[in-house]
Design a protein around this ligand. Structure first.
Ligand code: HEC
Length: 148
């Protein structure tokens, strides 16, 4: 009984976290949410200035953006992108762990930052393109019914 009660509590917690998140389904919504992930650059700046607290604050914004964008790939049934999204979140979690250690290890944080950056690029190389005005867009032809 105890285990069941605990599981129910976890489910409730997860459900309320999900409600707080926005469902991203249109290209415009994806654009809006990915723009927030540009805070990633500030994460590196903060690491290089030895400021773990700032780095973590900026990382939280990036993580939320990548987390929110997941519903776009689920909605459009792009399983490979869902996987890339989850891999990216895992790298962001790993970076968060390094930043949460007692004192900031700049070399380790820089390495974890680069790993995380690689996970962003892995998806961008497949799904991101630039339009005629050099603005980032969903790559044409990658998501049925949206980017043709
Ligand atoms: C699963 C795929 C995927 C992952 C993972 C991903 N992105 Fe993106 N990102 C996209 C797509 C698609 C676009 C283009 C959409 C748009 O901007 O209209 C984009 C656009 C962007 C933009 C440009 C926004 C703009 O319009 O100016 C930034 C900045 C960005 N991503 C940062 C990141 C960062 C940082 C990470 C990793 C921490 C990341 N992304 C991970 C798919 C992804």
């Amino acid at each position: 009984m105890r285990v069941v009660g605990y599981a129910a509590a976890v489910c409730l917690a997860l459900a309320s976290a999900a409600v707080a998140q926005q469902n991203v389904s249109t290209a415009e919504e994806l654009d809006t949410v990915m723009k927030k992930a540009s805070a990633f650059r500030q994460v590196d700046k903060a690491i290089q200035s030895n400021n773990a607290a700032d780095a973590k604050a900026q990382l939280a914004i990036v993580k939320q953006a990548v987390q929110e964008s997941q519903s776009f790939w689920i909605t459009h049934k792009k399983d490979d992108a869902v996987k890339l999204n989850k891999e990216s979140l895992a790298k962001l979690d790993a970076l968060e762990k390094v930043l949460s250690a007692g004192s900031l290890d700049v070399a380790a944080a820089t390495a974890a930052f680069k790993e995380a950056g690689g996970s962003c690029r892995a998806c961008h190389s497949q799904y991101r393109a630039e339009d005629a005005n050099n603005a980032y867009v969903l790559k044409p032809g990658t998501v049925a019914g949206i980017s043709e």
